[in-house]
Design a binder for this molecule. Structure first.
Ligand code: AMP
Ligand code: ZN
Length: 481
C-alpha cells in the first residue's frame, strides 16, 4: 500500500516492522468540549485506514490517548489548561468534564461507525510514565529545569523541524491565542515537559514529582502512552494536520531522544474540514457537532459518506448544501442496493467478484483514495454479474467503508414490505401468495428477456381480474375493477 508520509514528503510503500502486524498511534481528543465534525473527519479517515489495514490481512494494534490534562489553550506552552477552562465554563470539576466529554466523544464515534481503538488511555492514568521519561531526558542532557518547569532542549537535536523546514519566526504556527515569551526557555523552540510554575495557579489536577507538585505538558503524553502500549517503535502515527507542529514534532523529539533511534517511520496527517470562513475550530466558539447534524435531519453516516467522498490530503469544505448533496447521493445508493434481488442458492461469480474487488483495493492502495473506493462501489452495479455477486462485493467493501448501506437497504425493503402488507391486509392469504409468486416469476422472466412468458403471466392474472401495475417501487396490483 502506498501512503503519503509527512516525514519524507512522498508516497511511500507502507511497511510495518513486522510483516502482518501494525502498531498504530492516533492522537485522541482533548475532552473539554464536544468534538466538532472537523475533529471527527480526522477520526473517520483514521478509522478507514485502520479497517483497510485489517482488510488487507494485518493485525492492527491501535492506541489512542485521551487528553485530560496539560493541553493549554495554545498548542504551545501558553494559556490556561483547556480542561480547566471547560470546567470553569460548566461549573464542574475537571474530572467530571473529562468523563462527560469522553463519553460524548465515543457516542459520536459510534454514530459515525468509528471503531474504538484497542487501547484508550487517559493521560491522567500515566503520571509515573511521564515522570520516568522526563527523568531519562534529564539524565541524557535533553532536558533542563528553569524557573520551576522542566523544558526540552531542542538545541540538543540534530534536526528538530522534521516535517517542514520551519523558520524560527514560523514558530507561532499552531499557536492560537496570545503568545507570551517564556524567559525560562534557552531556545525559542524549547517546550515544557513538566509544569510546576504557571500563572494559572488554580490548576485543579496536580501530582507530586521530583521537581515539585505540578502537571505534565501535552506532548509528553503521547510519547509515553505510545511506548507504554506499543514499545519503542510505532509503525504509523496519525493525527490532524495542525498536530504536525508543534505536537508531533515534539513527540518525535522526546521519543527519539529517549530511545536513541528513529521512533516512527510513517506519519499520516488528515487535512482540515473548513467552513466558508476558514478552519473549523473550537476556539472560534461556534462549531458543528454530530448532534447538530442529527437535529437538522442528517444521519451521521451521511457525514461519513461526505468525508469519504474526498481525499484525506485535501481540505474539505463543509456547507449544508454540500451535506444535502451527500444525503441525496446516499439515499439513492441505498435504494439501488435495496433493489438488488439475490436469489436463494445463486453462486457468487468469482471472476466478477475479483474484478470489482481489484478496483476497490487499487483505489485504497493508492494513498487511501476513499473517493475512488466509493466510485468502485458504484461500479459494482455496472458489472455483468448476478445480484448475489453484487451484494457480496458491497458487503465486502463495507467492512472498510462502513457506511451502513446494507442495513439501510434492508430497512427500506422492510418498510416496503410493511406498506405492501398493510395495503393487502384484506386479501385472502392464499390468493396473495399466488399473486406474489406470479409477480416474482414475471420479474424473473423479464430479467431473462423472456417477454412472451412475462406477458403470458400478466394475461393469466388479468383473466382472474387481477391487474398488474409497474411502478418505481416495484410491481403493484389491483383486484376487480
Ligand atoms: P483536539 O481535540 O483539539 O486535540 O483535536 C482532535 C483531533 O482533531 C486532532 O487530530 C486535530 O488535529 C484534529 N482537528 C482539529 N481541527 C480539525 C479540523 N478543522 N479538521 C480536521 N481535523 C481537525
Ligand atoms: Zn498526540
Amino acid at each position: 500500500m502506498l501512503l503519503y508520509n509527512s516525514l519524507t514528503r512522498s508516497k511511500d510503500e507502507f511497511k510495518p516492522r513486522e510483516a502482518g502486524k501494525v502498531t498504530m498511534y492516533t492522537c485522541g481528543p482533548t475532552v473539554y468540549h464536544f468534538a466538532h465534525i472537523g475533529n471527527l473527519r480526522t477520526y473517520t479517515m483514521e478509522d478507514v485506514l485502520e479497517k483497510y489495514l485489517r482488510y488487507s490481512g494485518n493485525d492492527v494494534k491501535r492506541v489512542m490517548n485521551i487528553t485530560d490534562v496539560g493541553h493549554l489553550s495554545s498548542d504551545g506552552d501558553t494559556g490556561e489548561d483547556k480542561m480547566l477552562k471547560g470546567a470553569k465554563r460548566e461549573k464542574k470539576t475537571v474530572l467530571e468534564i473529562a468523563k462527560y466529554y469522553t463519553d460524548a466523544f465515543f457516542a459520536d464515534c459510534d454514530k459515525l461507525h468509528i471503531k474504538r481503538p484497542d487501547v484508550i488511555e487517559p493521560a491522567t492514568n500515566c503520571i509515573p510514565e511521564f515522570i520516568a521519561m522526563i527523568e531519562t531526558l534529564l539524565s541524557k542532557g535533553y532536558a533542563y529545569e528553569a524557573g520551576g518547569n522542566i523544558y526540552f532542549d531542542t538545541s540538543k537535536l540534530e534536526k528538530y523541524y522534521v516535517f517542514n523546514d520551519f523558520k524560527e519566526e514560523d514558530l507561532e504556527v499552531g499557536v492560537r491565542e496570545s503568545v507570551e515569551e517564556d524567559s525560562n526557555k534557552r531556545n525559542k523552540a524549547d517546550f515544557v515537559l513538566w509544569f510546576t510554575k504557571s500563572k494559572f495557579e488554580d490548576q485543579e489536577l496536580k501530582w507530586d514529582s521530583p521537581w515539585g507538585i505540578g502537571y505534565p505538558g501535552w506532548h509528553i503524553e503521547c510519547s509515553c502512552i505510545a511506548s507504554k502500549h506499543l514499545g519503542e517503535y510505532v509503525d504509523i502515527h496519525c493525527g490532524g494536520i495542525d498536530n504536525a507542529f508543534p505536537h508531533h514534532t515534539n513527540e518525535i523529539a522526546q521519543s527519539e531522544a529517549t530511545y536513541g533511534h528513529e521512533w516512527c517511520k510513517h506519519w499520516l496527517h488528515v487535512h482540515h474540514l473548513n467552513t466558508s470562513s476558514g478552519k473549523m475550530s473550537k476556539s472560534k466558539g461556534e462549531f458543528l457537532t454530530v448532534s447538530l447534524l442529527e437535529e437538522r435531519g442528517f444521519d451521521p453516516l451521511v457525514y461519513r459518506f461526505f468525508c469519504l467522498q474526498s481525499h484525506y490530503r485535501r481540505n474539505l469544505v463543509f456547507s449544508w448544501d454540500n451535506l444535502e448533496n451527500a444525503k441525496t447521493a446516499y439515499t439513492k445508493l441505498v435504494a439501488r442496493i435495496a433493489a438488488l434481488a439475490p436469489k436463494a442458492g445463486e453462486d457468487v461469480d468469482a471472476q466478477a467478484f475479483a474484478e470489482g474487488k481489484k478496483r476497490f483495493t487499487d483505489a485504497l492502495d493508492n494513498d487511501l483514495n476513499t473517493s475512488l473506493a466509493v466510485t468502485a462501489l458504484y461500479d459494482v452495479f455496472k458489472l455483468s454479474a448476478n445480484d448475489t455477486t453484487k451484494l457480496a462485493l458491497i458487503r465486502d467493501f463495507e467492512t472498510v467503508l462502513d457506511l451502513g448501506l446494507v442495513a439501510a437497504a434492508d430497512r427500506v425493503n422492510a418498510e416496503k414490505k410493511k406498506e405492501a402488507e398493510a395495503e393487502n391486509a384484506d386479501i385472502d392469504p392464499e390468493l396473495l401468495a399466488y399473486i406474489n409468486e406470479k409477480i416474482e416469476a414475471r420479474r424473473a422472466a423479464k430479467k431473462a428477456k423472456n417477454f412472451a412468458e412475462a406477458d403470458a403471466i400478466r394475461d393469466e392474472l388479468l383473466a382472474k381480474g387481477i391487474t398488474l401495475l409497474d411502478t418505481r417501487e416495484g410491481t403493484k396490483f389491483t383486484i376487480g375493477s
